[in-house]
Design a protein. Structure first.
Length: 248
């Protein structure tokens, strides 16, 4: 008997506005969740493709996430403003600041903490989780400075399972995170993939939609594209910093 073919996703473009995200507000943390997370569970909003978590966090000065465990997850952290201190159970310690791509592979199990490295200023970051393609690997950590590549314009692969030059390596062959620090009016092409998640971390932009239309996007907005093909993305008058996941 011939194998059952994998169904082809139906083309779809779903715009999610910043204010519609679930919100966690504590005295030390202001967090917006693009997908179900923690106590915020919606069975209709658990992932997009391989992307399970996209948390937009502001951590107050001197505070942070104490030591806690993870397993079998590829965790990518992107700092927008301030500095985040990372420490883990495999002996890694370091400071993550804007322009540094960081990846932690939880694998068979790891414990880590993430603290605001400043006693006086907030740190603003986006943390994203994707499923690994192999379970139970040895935990590991990697960070790379991609500031120079971002300064050249366009989209830069900052976390990849496909050996993109200069990117941190994630253990998921079907996922790539692209980031851009786009100048006002700069246009790039959003990748053509079964599932693409476009998050506007900073700025405003317009995304090409069906029939030549354009969706206006602002900071905190996201677009979920399913089998939507390559789309144009144009930064607004103050530029834009999109985080774009390309996954199966």
């Amino acid at each position: 008997m011939a194998p059952t073919p994998t169904p082809t996703p139906t083309e779809f473009i779903d715009v999610r506005r910043a204010g519609d995200r679930a919100h966690t507000h504590l005295d030390w943390l202001d967090s917006r969740h693009s997908f179900s997370f923690g106590n915020h569970y919606d069975p209709d909003n658990t992932h997009h493709g391989l992307l399970l978590v996209s948390n937009d966090d502001v951590v107050r000065a001197g505070a942070g996430f104490g030591t806690h465990p993870h397993a079998d997850m590829e965790i990518v952290t992107w700092v927008l403003e301030g500095e985040l201190e990372h420490r883990d159970s495999i002996g890694t310690a370091g400071i993550i600041s804007p322009g540094l791509a960081q990846r932690m592979s939880a694998g068979s199990g790891i414990r880590h903490s993430e603290m605001n490295a400043s006693a006086s200023a907030d740190v603003h970051l986006v943390q994203m989780w994707v499923r690994p393609d192999t379970q139970g690997i040895e935990p590991s950590y990697e960070q790379r400075d991609v500031t120079g590549a971002l300064g050249a314009g366009g989209l830069v692969a900052v976390a990849s399972g496909r050996d993109h030059d200069g990117a941190v390596t994630i253990h998921q062959r079907d996922a790539v995170l692209w980031v851009g620090r786009l100048r006002p009016g700069e246009t790039v092409t959003v990748p053509d993939a079964p599932h693409v998640h476009v998050f506007i971390a900073v700025g405003t932009a317009e995304l090409g939609t069906e029939g030549g239309g354009r969706a206006a996007l602002a900071t905190g907005d996201a677009v979920r594209l399913t089998a939507a093909g390559a789309r144009s993305f144009t930064a607004g008058p103050d530029g834009a910093e999109p985080l774009i996941w390309e996954t199966n």
